[in-house]
Write a protein that binds this ligand. Structure first.
Ligand SMILES: [Mg+2]
Ligand SMILES: [Zn+2]
Length: 254
């Protein structure tokens, strides 16, 4: 039977962002995400890290050093009873200095190669899966693979230039992304969600998540959560637009 997955970017998504971390102690997990990941795993989601590591192609660190980092990451998460189902990395870069890794490839995000490989390896239903990342290349990779997407907005990304790069949801912290997914997947409490980057200065044209109006579950999943496009909901700081996510019990919410 096909499983579903949460695909997770590594740097800036699971761990604090820094430039080309190359040793295990440079990977520092965000607070609070262990319990959320555990809950999602208990609900049946596979947890798969998909990470661009062009530092290998650039000669900043080796594949062996990367393996040590990932061993450490897996062990840190195991401390929260979270067991990664896979860590996929792309070591390539077209302008790398290490000949073996200097090339265009299908695995470097925004290409979806790592997600597709994991889906094949783990029999993952991509349309029932999620991609969480902190840049729009993560979002595009997720969308190209057919997943729903959540952007962790760390402030780096311009307004999406195409629908392939437009996230279904935007939050400011990974723990919020995981709580949002749990709410939508009915394995966590309902939440209010109303964030959209003010600097993108337009409301999402498309609802992030639409519960079917009939109240029938979509693809076998019950629409517990329902997102409405907001015309001009005030954001946390009184600016920007967003949308509400609230419990949907099969009747019009308003
Ligand atoms: Mg990242
Ligand atoms: Zn690659």
């Amino acid at each position: 039977m096909a499983s579903r997955a949460i695909f997770l970017d590594r740097d800036g998504t699971l761990v604090w962002p820094r430039e080309y971390p190359s040793t295990p102690d440079e990977l520092l997990l965000y607070e609070g995400i262990g319990a959320e990941l555990h809950a999602l795993q208990q609900h049946g989601f596979r947890l798969v890290v998909v990470t661009n590591q062009s530092g290998v192609a650039h000669g900043y660190f080796t594949v062996e050093a990367l393996a040590q980092m990932h061993h450490h990451l897996a062990r840190e998460l195991a401390g929260f009873n979270v067991h990664l189902d896979g860590i996929y990395f792309c070591p390539h870069h077209p302008e790398g200095v290490v000949p073996e890794f200097r090339r265009h490839c299908e695995c470097r995000k925004p290409q979806p190669g790592m997600l597709l490989a994991a889906a094949a390896d783990l029999a993952v239903d991509l349309s029932g899966s999620w991609m969480v990342g902190d840049i729009l290349d993560d979002i595009e990779a997720g969308k190209r693979a057919g997943c729903r997407t959540v952007l962790i907005d760390l402030g780096s990304e311009p307004a999406p230039s195409s629908s392939l790069r437009r996230p279904d949801f935007v939050v400011t912290r990974t723990v919020e992304a995981l709580r949002l997914i749990r709410a939508i997947e009915a394995c966590g409490p309902p939440i209010q969600h109303r964030y959209w980057p003010a600097r993108w200065n337009h409301a999402p044209e498309q609802k992030g998540y639409s519960a079917p109006s009939s109240g029938e579950p979509a693809s076998g999943r019950h629409p517990r959560a329902h997102a409405l496009a907001g015309s001009a909901l005030p954001g946390e700081n009184g600016v920007g637009t967003g949308f509400n996510l609230f419990e949907h019990d099969g009747e019009e919410a308003r």
